[in-house]
Design a protein around this ligand. Sequence first.
Ligand code: NAP
Length: 381
Amino acid sequence: MAASSSITTSSTTSKLLFTSSSTSTAARLLPFTTTSSFKCRAFHFHRHRFNPLLHVHVGPFKNPRIVFTHSTNRPPSSFVSAALATEASAKVIDGKKVAKEIRDEVAAEVSKMKEAIGVVPGLAVILVGDRKDSATYVRNKKKACEDVGIKSFDARLPEDSTEEEVIKHISGFNNDPAVHGILVQLPLPSHINEQNVLNAVCIEKDVDGFHPLNIGRLAMRGREPLFVPCTPKGCIELLHRYGVVIKGKRAVVIGRSNIVGMPAALLLQREDATVSVVHSRTKNPEEFTREADIIISAVGQANMVKGSWIKPGAVIIDVGINPVEDSKSPRGYRLVGDVCYDEAIKIASAITPVPGGVGPMTIAMLLSNTLTSAKRIHNFK
Ligand code: NAP
């Protein structure tokens, strides 16, 4: 599974390609489409968008950094001066773009399957109660299904539904051959036992990957889970698609929740990284993160990870989504990650933004898991 990567440039096209030998679906070429930019310390330049007419070198820095120099014979002198005095900033890992690529791939596969065997993958979503945020997530998932040709089914149950009623709906979907994936929107109302409900989803349709059997298989060597939870799977997919080598690297996961931190750590370990998990009781977390080649942060604390916590050249995957007050925004707030982006971008070699990083990957992975399920159930290669 581990990707070995290389960076190649072509002087004729001046296009940077990342090649990955990953055996995952990610083994492909990706044009270097970063919105990464660089800042001039000496001249206080504003950020420049990535210029495709630039060559890329891995510079002789104390850590691997990407340095941009102009590809023509006679670059503008002001540009050269700026380049000499600039500090390269991290490549921005564009989750929105990768998610779109995945959705397009899923759409193509769904239509191929429909044509070949007349089967349309189906995803059932169960929503209990009337939390606005949950209703929005469910609506987005439904819309994403429609866009790629996956049929969606939903059960909307009132807040005061009993655990038995919820499980009855799950059983119905377990037995419905048109349904290939079942998702229970979390959190459930507090009177319902989440564990009992998640256990009721049959593992062959557990596209969220939260069933203890799937998590158990993820944790065990030599066992394969049928599904991997979507958000951590999306994090690893971003690393693959950007050609980041995981094998042999030191990784730190901040957060150990069942849905993100813990499975992310297991996935990194399966990819042969050496993994440390930092949580709320960890003393001096920065001592761990400073050693990390890869950091995945899933905490839910705005700007917790400072630039000084990051090893130069590290790759940062920021899962956190945190609203912070912003009087300039019409909503009165904006979303930021767990990582102090403005500081991290000067130190890391690659980073996911918030929003537009991991967020869009979650639904893309859900669609991909649903397709995988339908293919497996119908033995369609
Ligand atoms: P969660 O269940 O609340 O877990 C948070 C984890 O962070 C816990 O393991 C907790 O440690 C740890 N933690 C809390 N404070 C800490 C601190 N000061 N230092 C180190 N660790 C600390 O949250 P979650 O569901 O995993 O979500 C985490 C973040 O990711 C949230 O911002 C959420 O909105 C976001 N998220 C994004 C997506 C997406 O699609 N992009 C999906 C899911 C979640 P303990 O275990 O010791 O309590």
